[in-house]
Design a protein around this ligand. Structure first.
Ligand code: 1CP
Length: 369
């Protein structure tokens, strides 16, 4: 069900009166948004998950002495870090610099992002009483995001800005486990053992996630991506019964804005059809399933994003080009549009940034029409 009130966003008092839809207008005809809408494109658009951050020396420099979560709350830094890969690589879209745990921090949870580890939660969410700590997210909790998105949209002009959030399952995994997890034991124990509590947890996270995406869209983001990075740990039956309702709630909540909604996870070959069904306009595919097969699994009417193996960037340039050609050839199954070139997961931290720049130029050149 779509939230119809979402169609007429009300500017937050005290912020710019610029209409977000108008701000987005400059990017409307960009190759990226056209591909998401499956319209004809001048070339296949390219961006990279985790294009900002770790792999860039200029990122490491501006982050010196600033903790990860603190950097997410400083609009000046967010703007600079988001723009760095756009300037350097000439990618077709910017991804807003933040993290999937930012909305959880914003509602007051005691969590941190530990260098070399990832998000760590001081008191994990494991009981019904713990749910009370997951209060709704209000736009005022994340004013710095409204401000930073506004700064970015002004600066980016015709380059679209992608907003993002973590999906309920992936957020729940961090909250229940207390940090990164390989097997998601406690998360699955709750899902199978206390289905009522699990459903309520995911429902609260869906509301928080939807509110977080709305803030970014209302401030001017041109597209949104829902990262369900770890949902590939589930079988389709469990995904459909225990996760899809919450992810669908998020997609439905932002449907009224008309911005493309991208849905991404890792190891999700068996879930691709369901991830499309959850409400995505664009389905992100990791490197394990070729895009022609992914197209068959997702079905018509949806664009695909992906899917070069991030490790390929460590091979010589001729090999990178050959593997990029394979991705582009498989994307041919989509019929000439509806493909956003990306990696099958985030840029690995030790990737040579020049290899990324060369890849962008190569994809543009190879697909110029
Ligand atoms: O100090 C640092 O530089 C810490 C590294 C780092 C960075 C640069 C973290 C910690 N988060 C981020 C930024 C970030 N996180 C972005 C914006 C940058 C960009 O994409 O260009 C985005 C989109 C995310 C999203 C994110 N955070 C995801 C989903 C994406 C994915 O790769 O699957 C996940 C799972 C997280 C959690 C997280 N945050 C940071 C780390 C190291 C992790 C993963 C830890 C784990 O393995 O569980």
């Amino acid at each position: 069900m779509s939230d119809t009130s979402a169609a007429t966003p009300v500017p937050t008092p005290g912020t710019s009166t610029r209409q977000p839809a108008a701000a987005r207008g400059a990017a409307h005809d960009s190759a990226f948004l056209r591909a998401c809408r499956r319209e004809a494109v001048p070339h296949t658009p390219v961006w990279f998950m985790r294009q900002a951050g770790r792999s860039l020396p200029e990122y490491l420099k501006v982050r010196e002495g600033v903790a990860m979560l603190d950097s997410c709350m400083r609009p000046d830094l967010v703007k600079e870090i988001t723009l760095q890969p756009v300037r350097r690589h000439g990618v077709d879209a910017a991804i807003y610099f933040s993290d999937i745990v930012v909305p959880l921090k914003a509602i007051g949870l005691d969590l941190d992002i530990k260098p070399g580890v990832g998000p760590v939660v001081a008191d994990p969410i494991r009981t019904r009483a713990d749910l009370e700590r997951l209060r709704p997210l209000e736009p005022d909790d994340v004013r710095y995001i409204t401000e930073a998105v506004g700064l970015l949209v002004d600066e980016l002009g015709a380059t679209p800005l992608i907003g993002f959030a973590g999906a309920p399952f992936t957020l729940a995994s961090y909250l229940v486990e207390g940090g990164p997890s390989k097997n998601h034991e406690r998360t699955k124990a709750m899902m199978y053992g206390e289905p009522g509590l699990w459903a309520d947890l995911l429902d609260r996270l869906a509301d928080i996630t939807a509110a977080f995406l709305k803030v970014q869209i209302e401030a001017g983001a041109s597209a949104v991506q829902l990262f369900d990075s770890w949902v590939g740990a589930l079988a389709p039956r469990d995904y459909r019964a225990s996760v899809m309702p919450a992810s669908r709630k998020v997609f439905d909540a932002v449907a009224g804005y008309g911005v493309p909604r991208i849905h991404f996870g890792v190891g999700t070959g068996e879930l691709l059809g369901l991830m499309g069904e959850a409400g995505a306009d664009v389905v992100g595919v990791d490197w394990r399933v070729p895009l022609d097969e992914a197209h068959r699994r997702v079905g018509p009417g949806k664009a695909l994003q992906g899917n070069l193996d991030p490790a390929v960037l460590f091979a010589p340039e001729s090999a990178v080009r050959a593997k990029a050609d394979e991705v582009l050839a498989a994307a041919g199954a989509l019929g000439g549009t509806g493909h956003v070139f990306n990696l099958g997961h985030g840029v690995l931290p030790t990737t040579d940034p020049d290899a990324l720049t060369r890849l962008v130029a190569y994809v543009h050149e190879a697909t110029a029409r």
